[in-house]
Structures are given as C-alpha cells and as structure tokens.
Design a protein around this ligand. Structure first.
Ligand SMILES: CC(C)(COP(=O)(O)OP(=O)(O)OC[C@H]1O[C@@H](n2cnc3c(N)ncnc32)[C@H](O)[C@@H]1OP(=O)(O)O)[C@@H](O)C(=O)NCCC(=O)NCCS
Length: 156
C-alpha cells in the first residue's frame, strides 16, 4: 500500500467508481478532471496491488492562503475502517501546514452521517449554520437551491 500524489492519468480509474463508492449517489459531476490536473500537489491516492482504493482531493485557498480546503475524500467500500481516510487526511494536513495553512475546511451533506462521523473523529468542528437538519448545524442552499451543507473547520 502506498500513498502518492494524484496524477491526471488517475482520473478515469477514479471517476468510473465514485458513484458506486457514494452508494449510488450521482457525485461524479462534482469531480471534473481539473482537480487531477491543477491540484496534484495537495491531492493524494492510496494504491494497493496496482489499484486506487482511496483518494483525497484538496487545495490551498487562493483567496485565503492560510486556509486549506478538502473537496472530496473517498475510500473503496471494501477498504473502509482501515484508517485509509485518516492517513489521507493526515498527509493532506501535513502538506498544507508546510505551505502555511492554519485551518482546513470541508463541506458535506447533512444526511451524510458517515462523512459527519468521519470528520468529527478527524477533529473537525461544525460551524454554526442557519438551520438544524438531521440534528446538525446546516447552511441552507449553500451549494444552490436545495443543496444544503454542513461546513466543517479544523485548526491544524
Ligand atoms: C468517509 C470515508 C472517507 C471514511 O473512510 P475510512 O477509511 O473508512 O475511515 P477511517 O478508517 O480512516 O476512519 C477514521 C475515523 O473515522 C471514524 N469513522 C469512519 N467511518 C465511520 C462511520 N461510518 N461511522 C462512525 N465513525 C466512522 C473511524 O471510527 C475512525 O475514528 P477513530 O480512529 O477515532 O476510531 C468513507 O466512509 C467513504 O469513502 N465514504 C463515502 C464517500 C463520502 O461520503 N465521503 C465524504 C464526503 S466528500
């Protein structure tokens, strides 16, 4: 098992699996290839036996250079609970800290209980929202009409 930076050539292998990894949710449209081209330094995959079994896509904010942002993290359903998500996040934190970041942010859907549990275990706090959905602080219509989000922040 090795963790390495993403490469553009990884895109097809990842994109054809993400909807399945998200339990059939159609998320592939939120992950265009540009992330595998322009964010290589701060994005990572876990490779085992020649297969990508987990990935994280993140970057340093252009607007707020002391803030990092994680856009996507996914682990193959058969590989969950092996600390792969944790290892990818730790690699990302170490990388962006080295670039001067003080915080990392991420957003997720209020119904994504797995993501909320994972981020909470990884030390993220939920920022106050404008509503409570499924018992969590939620920013209504954050990503457009009906696209409500929980906003996470972690001090690095
Ligand atoms: C969320 C996800 C990335 C977690 O990956 P993972 O490799 O299984 O997580 P890890 O094994 O590294 O777990 C790290 C911590 O999170 C906790 N955790 C992970 N999944 C959990 C779950 N479903 N329920 C409760 N806690 C969970 C673990 O217990 C662990 O905490 P601990 O070390 O303090 O015990 C994975 O479930 C996934 O890919 N989900 C589908 C995609 C998704 O929703 N991504 C997030 C939104 S972009």
């Amino acid at each position: 098992m090795q963790i390495r930076n993403v490469q553009p050539a990884d895109y097809n292998a990842v994109i054809r699996q993400v909807n399945d990894w998200w339990g059939g949710r159609q998320v592939a449209d939120m992950l265009p290839k540009l992330f595998f081209v322009h964010f290589q330094d701060t994005s990572f995959v876990v490779e085992e036996n020649g297969q990508i079994i987990a990935f994280v896509i993140g970057f340093v904010s252009q607007t707020y250079p002391d803030q990092a942002y994680i856009h996507f993290v996914g682990v193959h359903p058969d590989q969950r609970g092996r600390d792969l998500g944790r290892k990818l996040y730790e690699r990302f934190f170490e990388t962006v800290k080295g670039r001067g970041c003080k915080t990392a942010q991420s957003v997720t859907s209020p119904f994504n209980t797995t993501s909320i549990a994972f981020h909470t275990r990884m030390g993220f706090e939920m920022l106050p929202g404008d509503a409570v959905m499924y018992g969590v602080n939620t920013h209504m219509n954050y990503d457009g009409e009906g696209e409500n989000r929980v906003v996470f922040r972690k001090y690095l």
